[in-house]
Ligand binder design. Structure first.
Ligand code: ADP
Ligand code: F6P
Length: 470
């Protein structure tokens, strides 16, 4: 279909919101930015459960040029698919946490059945020319299920989280099925070259695949493309948020609470992959190793509760509150409390104001697909007086934001040293590092990410048409 623009169809577990609401999660933010520009259909879970579940009525909402279509799940579907397989099996495994990944046959079955049901409900809504772009680890099997139902149009898949090495993925009892199912997509996208390499290695080592030129990969009869597309943010839009009235109010409140002290912030979904415990330890070590910082810094951690039904997440909350309480108990004086932890959500404008108030932002995940907080922090800064970004070497964003202070998040020595260095950093060095990062964040935006992926999908579609005409 040359010339005319194909309809864009996004599939992801979470759908929306399209507006500036307080919603934590990089995927929702990234897709909403892209859909606001181009329009299309966004299909996924309503987030609710009902008796009919995936067999129930479609819920349709129209917002300008975009249609949001969602389905409920039954309690059993949501538990097996989302809580168990997606978040107790795949999430830890793909974040290199084999030690806490749980494997069981029943949730594997439910996960596949839910992928099948989503395909069954989506297939009648699709035209052969649609660009169908499936997102994230909830839907590894969806493409294969659509193909089984006769879908011939282009199918793309993007993984927002890391793809672990074959040595780890191989522990998943269904790893061969799962990676084989990914081959139903024409284009498979990853956040970093490391993730892409891990996927290709699995295909080569376990499925007798062969790497061809141009990022193509042959496994048996199938030739697909595997490529890297680092996700970005709407940088201009976020920078505008940072100077909005609401942002200014929040900036003022944070600075008021800091009372002239240097403000350190962390902003993360409350997830063990974000390294918040280790970050707190690093902050504690700063106060120990550099006693002059006692009374002169303040640390605000914003950590909205996420997946709170899961034990690992509930335990994390308890532990974080305990550690913060201990640090405060140990170091507080009558006129100074070292740290504060907040679990509420903020609007994006409010969040931009919080970032802008920060002298230092700590983004120290133990493993992260990209980490959009790092990019938002950069976009929100005042170019004349920018804050410093401390960034984990294990965040996908590290590839682009190498001008940040890069740390090993497991080492509290490293984190405490970086914090001290950041607090002492002269304005000139702050500006120099900021400008290098700003360039990357404003260049590789959400729009560019989306366009790049879609162009590559169009190319795959042209290629497969040419192959079938041969
Ligand atoms: P993940 O996708 O694992 O949650 P990211 O850092 O890529 O990690 O994305 C997190 C997104 O959630 C960011 O866009 C961030 O602004 C948003 N977010 C984090 N905390 C809050 C909060 N308290 N209120 C609103 N949005 C939040
Ligand atoms: O970006 C990673 C991601 O897992 C998304 O897929 C997800 O929507 C978001 O984080 C928040 O997690 P959840 O949807 O489980 O609340």
């Amino acid at each position: 279909m040359e010339g005319a623009e194909r309809r864009l169809v996004f599939v992801s577990n979470r759908v929306g919101p399209l507006s500036d609401e307080g919603k934590a999660g990089g995927l929702a933010v990234g897709l909403a930015d892209a859909l606001r520009r181009r329009g299309g259909l966004w299909f996924g879970w309503s987030g609710e459960s009902s008796e009919a579940g995936l067999a129930g009525d479609l819920k349709v909402e129209t917002h300008g040029n975009t249609e949001l279509v969602t389905l409920d799940m039954t309690v059993e579907e949501a538990e097996g698919f989302y809580l168990h397989y997606a978040n107790r099996t795949l999430w830890p495994l793909l974040h290199y946490r084999l030690d806490i990944a749980e494997f069981d046959r029943q949730s594997d079955r439910t996960y596949r059945a839910v992928n099948r049901s989503f395909a069954e409900r989506l297939h009648p809504l699709l035209g052969g020319q649609d660009l169908v772009w499936v997102h994230d680890y909830h839907f590894f099997y969806l493409g294969a299920e659509l193909r089984e139902r006769g879908h011939k149009g282009p199918l793309g898949f993007f993984l927002h989280i890391p793809f672990c090495p074959p040595e780890i993925l191989g522990a998943l009892p269904a790893s061969l099925d799962l990676v084989s199912a990914m081959l139903a997509y024409d284009l498979v996208g990853f956040q970093t070259d490391t993730d892409r390499r891990n996927f290709v290695s699995f295909c080569v080592e376990e499925l007798e695949g062969e790497e061809l030129d141009g990022g193509r990969l042959r496994v048996g009869e199938r030739v697909i493309r595997a490529a890297t597309f680092p996700i970005g943010i709407d940088a201009e839009g976020f920078a505008e948020f940072a100077t909005s009235e609401e942002a200014r109010e929040h900036e003022k409140m944070v600075l008021g609470m800091a009372g002239g002290r240097a403000q350190i912030v962390g902003v993360d979904r409350m997830d063990y992959s974000k390294g918040i415990i280790q970050r707190f330890r690093g902050f504690e070590q700063l106060l120990e190793d550099y006693p002059q910082t006692q009374g002169s810094v303040r640390f605000l951690q914003v950590a909205p509760v996420s997946r709170g039904e899961l034990e690992a997440y509930a335990d994390l909350r308890t532990e974080l509150e305990q550690i913060a309480g201990n640090i405060n108990g140990r170091f507080a004086t009558l006129d100074w409390t070292p740290m504060q932890i907040m679990t509420r959500g903020f609007t994006r404008r409010a969040l931009a104001g919080i970032y802008r108030a920060a002298r230092v932002c700590m983004v120290t995940p133990l493993r992260d697909g990209m980490n959009l907080v790092a990019k938002e922090f950069v976009a929100a800064q005042d170019p004349q007086d920018p804050g410093v970004l401390i960034l984990s070497r294990f965040a996908g964003a590290r590839a682009e934001l190498s001008a940040a202070l890069i740390v090993n998040p497991y080492s509290s020595d490293d984190v405490s040293r970086a914090l001290h260095y950041a607090l002492e950093m002269p304005l000139e060095e702050r500006q120099r590092r900021y400008h290098l990062m700003r360039q990357k964040v404003f260049e590789n935006t959400a729009a560019r990410w989306c366009d790049g992926f879609l162009e590559a999908m169009e190319e795959c579609a042209r290629q497969s048409r040419a192959d079938s005409e041969e």
